[in-house]
Design a protein around this ligand. Sequence first.
Ligand code: PLP
Length: 390
Amino acid sequence: MRTSLKLSRIQPSATLAMNAKAQELKAQGKAVISLAVGEPDFPTPEHVKDAAKAALDANFTRYTPVPGIPDLRDAVGGYFGRFYGVTPPREAVIVSNGGKQVLYNLFTALLNPGEEVLIPAPYWVSYPDMVLLAGGTPVPVPTEPEDDFLVSVEALDKARTPGTRILVLNSPSNPTGCCYSKAQLDAIMEWAVSRNVFVVSDEIYDQLVYAPAEPASCIGWWEKHPENVAVVNGLAKSFAMTGWRIGYGVAHPDLVKALSKIQGQSTSNVCSFAQKGAVAALTGGFEYVEMMRGNFKRRRDLAMKIVSSWPGVKCPNPGGAFYLFPDVSACYSEKTPDSATLCTRILEEALVALVPGSAFGDDRCIRFSYAVDDDTLTRALEAVGKVLKG
Ligand code: PLP
């Protein structure tokens, strides 16, 4: 089959590929535990499901405005007001099919061919491929486990060229879980804004931050410099709504119009009644989010305790999300020289599915999600530890 040259430059999702391998083993009757997926193991809260059901029963089933129903765009504004003290107006908000579509459309709207996008590595798997699809050039900026995988202004400055157009920030991070403090974020934003580098801040895990770490958003920077900043978020992770496909972005109203134009020619609006569920999520109580946060924090501690016992392994204690990203390169050998081979070995010998760090731009590491119950997590990590020690 003949497909475009553009397509040949991008990779299939490594997370999904690992999942497929795990499913194959499961189909052979093997008891595989998957720590490869990036979604909460909790159901969507009842009040959110009820709101969507009521909307469906009221026949709220037609096309809606492309950038989102007005009450959801206002609820997004209200969300930022509630947690960060900045309330973007309706025309600065777009609702899309997941944070993923907001990001994809942002790169499409902003990049001219060949323009460079600084992406601190390790990074979420989709950023470089989205940039490539949008015609841009991804430029990974490496970070170290000793620095909690956080990028410094110096490293960014070294990577910047006259062709640099965008910097992608992701805090808390997938795959590392690490978070920038407000002061660290401010220093980077100061640098970016003063050099006219547009910042795309992916804050999709902002509700999953564990004290003493504190959530930090770029929304204040958006308020001060709307032409230089876009903030991306969504309901997938914070409200256990991965399958609902609701993400949102805050950007300059002119950029929102551009995003809406792209969306209007591709997918149109997000599912009408799902948007009503999202309104209920953002305007209701956050007790459910707190419950999930408490569980994830306990599991993070449990996982850190086990990972810390693995010899030679370096792993920062992350402040958010639900992943650990240990540097396991001390366990590499002639037979297991990289993260992909190691993950295949772990899957075959320990029956645990993880994702190789190479997919996230750091071949020293492996990523696992701790969005599973405590007992499963303990059993899985103890089995992984045996392979690593072997
Ligand atoms: N950004 C990051 C860092 C993610 O980890 C994910 C999902 O895994 C997304 C964006 C996309 O989320 P959504 O399900 O809202 O498209």
